[in-house]
Design a protein around this ligand. Structure first.
Ligand code: SF4
Ligand code: SF4
Length: 395
């Protein structure tokens, strides 16, 4: 059989348990077949921050020697299956573990499969996924991002359904009988076994041909190597700003050029500049100093820097002046203020289009806590505390 590998890409802390259940259960199933396996949370050795893309991965081998050999590398260079449990990460991921933006299929083998939990179509997702020169497949497990974080476990069947889809995409992982036994042991409950079985039956995948997808080149940075380190302090302070307060130039805060943060968000704020009263609250409350102050004292969220926490929407006193919208409906990170300045009617149409396609509903208008949780789109289609396969089918 050779070596089989997989990765589960998730949002740090918020989806940690979910990734853990998927990754460990695949290994448990393989071990039941007499294989050898390892499930590993690579970035548990780094500070895992809420929302930051992170990954768990696993290897399955025939012999312990093979397992030893593959385990010696930092992480798999290629995987048979990539499982992504929040479709907004199809736009690429930045992590603590590297600089720059990594395409979601960066290490998916040619002919391998990307499994995504999503309410969007494959065609919609592919517009965000960076193109590559080898084919791969995309399979969708229907549903929004599921909340199964460090201290809670959201029992909505997402783990079991991802497992069923993974087995369909890569039968070499294990037999269905072993997967079912592993689900019972590691997740528990006949309903999870049933959900995995149904997901296996229903799973379909579409082939993505070389050259299809987002033509943007993901940003990278040149880093100092071991032999080019400077003596003394090598971490440059974040630069200053241009202009200040209500000066003619406005105010653009200094930002870390090596960590843009936007891949941490599942939604972004859209501002209605026509109703903004310039009260400053969003600017003051934003935890990531995202707002540029414009020369005429509006507050323009910088879409490279926003992590999508939703605090600005929660604090804005003007109804519907800031609305959080799912990230997957955007293909740009342009300045909303500039769009509005250049063409006010055009911006109103842009805003209306984005809100109709992806407005995040049912967000708490006041508390930052609810806002932060909603920042992961956690109020999605199956966010109930329990599930049945019947309700899953109705999604
Ligand atoms: S969503 Fe959060 S990070 Fe983004 S602009 Fe609003 S407050 Fe700042
Ligand atoms: S909180 Fe709302 S009204 Fe106040 S400056 Fe920000 S966008 Fe404008």
């Amino acid at each position: 059989m050779g070596i089989v590998s997989f990765e589960v890409i998730y949002r740090g802390i918020f989806q940690r348990q979910l990734a853990n259940k998927i990754s460990r259960t695949l290994i448990f199933a393989a071990v039941k077949e007499g294989k050898h396996g390892l499930s590993f949370g690579r970035y548990s050795d780094s500070p895992e921050r809420n929302g930051i893309p992170a990954k768990q991965f696993g290897y399955i081998t025939d012999t312990p020697e093979e397992l030893e050999e593959v385990s010696a590398q930092y992480e798999p260079k290629q995987v048979d299956v990539t499982i992504c449990v929040d479709d907004t990460m199809c736009k690429g991921i930045e992590s603590w573990a590297w600089y720059g933006l990594q395409p979601i299929v960066a290490v998916t083998k040619p002919g391998g499969t990307l499994i995504v939990t999503s309410n969007n179509s494959v065609a919609d997702l592919v517009t965000h996924i960076h193109r590559r020169d080898t084919p791969y497949n995309v399979s969708i497990v229907k549903g929004g991002p599921s909340f199964a974080g460090l201290w809670v476990y959201k029992d909505d069947g997402t783990d079991a359904r991802c497992l069923g889809a993974a087995l369909k995409a890569c039968p070499e992982l294990s037999s269905m009988a072993s997967l079912e036994a592993a689900i019972l042991e590691n997740i528990g409950g006949d309903h999870h076994v049933e959900a995995a079985r149904e997901s296996f039956e229903d799973a379909r995948s579409d082939e993505i041909k070389p050259g299809e997808g987002n033509t943007e080149v993901p940003f990278t940075f040149e880093l100092l190597g071991w032999d080019s380190m400077r003596p003394g302090v090598v971490i440059d302070a974040v630069g200053g700003h241009n202009g200040f307060g209500d000066s003619e130039d406005g105010y653009v805060p200094g930002r870390n050029p090596y960590f843009k943060k936007w891949s941490t968000r599942s939604m972004r704020p859209v501002l209605n500049f026509d109703t903004c009263t310039k009260c400053t609250l969003c600017w003051i409350a934003c935890p990531d100093t995202v707002f540029d102050v414009t020369p005429d004292n509006y507050y323009d969220p910088n879409m490279d820097a926003c992590c999508g926490c939703g605090v600005c929407e929660a604090i804005c006193p003007v109804p519907d002046c800031i609305t959080m919208v799912y990230e997957t409906v955007f293909e740009d990170r342009d300045s909303q203020y500039q769009m509005w300045k250049d063409d006010k009617d055009g911006f109103v149409k842009y805003m209306g289009d984005k809100l109709s396609k992806g407005k995040v509903e049912h967000r708490h208008p006041i508390t930052g806590l609810a806002g932060a949780f909603s920042g992961l789109g956690l109020e999605g289609a199956h966010n109930d505390s329990s599930f049945s396969t019947k309700s899953l089918k109705e999604l």
